[in-house]
Design a protein around this ligand. Structure first.
Ligand SMILES: [Mn+2]
Length: 205
């Protein structure tokens, strides 16, 4: 199963915990399922062990049923996280049969889609994150739908990364180099930070 992800997505992430903390409360999800993959970034509120525990619980809930539509999936996650710090997240469910994605953000994790062949600052779709905290209070959940083409790039970043990365990055680089560079160049060092970069390859190439 894991190998199959590699044929659909080239992906990498880069992250750093808040200086002084031993574990990060920012975690990524890249989970394949029959016909697609669930991807995204989860940020446990605050930082330190309690934030990390909430984030791990969220990722476990998401990975348990990655094939589920996003609304029931986020609701399930919300129930699992009651009594924890809670998390914010942006996630996307990729449908490799239809070359499409369903996206949903709760809180302030950045999510963008950069079309193949874009110049810096061009043709970037930003995923609107609604307010709220998974585990405490959910906003109205309204996933967005987008078409995907081979070569399109998806980037998720927690709020430990300054948002100006969106306009100022050169997205032509390989996922690992791009993730490393965004993390180094735009990390605030005032919070945990995580960047997830995925290049969509599709099934038929
Ligand atoms: Mn954060």
């Amino acid at each position: 199963m894991e190998n199959e992800v590699g044929t659909v997505l080239d992906w990498a992430c880069a992250g750093v915990a808040l200086p002084g903390e031993t574990e990060s409360g920012d975690l990524h999800v890249v989970k394949h399922f029959e016909g697609g993959a669930l991807v995204g970034v989860v940020d446990g509120l605050g930082h330190g062990p309690e934030a990390a525990a909430a984030a791990r619980k969220a990722v476990a809930a998401l990975e348990q049923h990655p094939e589920e539509p996003l609304i029931p999936l986020v609701r399930r996650c919300h129930e699992h996280l009651r009594g924890t710090r809670g998390v914010v997240m942006s996630i996307a469910s990729l449908d490799t049969g239809n070359n499409s994605a369903s996206w949903l953000g709760v809180g302030n994790v950045e999510g963008i889609l950069v079309r193949e062949g874009s110049q810096p600052g061009q043709r970037i779709h930003r995923i609107i994150g609604w307010g709220g905290v998974v585990g405490h209070k959910l906003p109205e959940l309204r996933p967005a739908s987008l078409r995907l083409k081979e070569g399109d790039l998806l980037v998720f970043a927690s709020d430990g990364i300054r948002q100006e990365f969106v306009e100022r990055s050169d997205y032509r680089d390989q996922p690992q180099r791009l993730a490393d560079r965004i993390c180094t160049q735009f990390g605030t060092r005032a919070d945990d930070a995580l960047v997830l970069v995925l290049r969509y390859r599709g099934l038929n190439r």
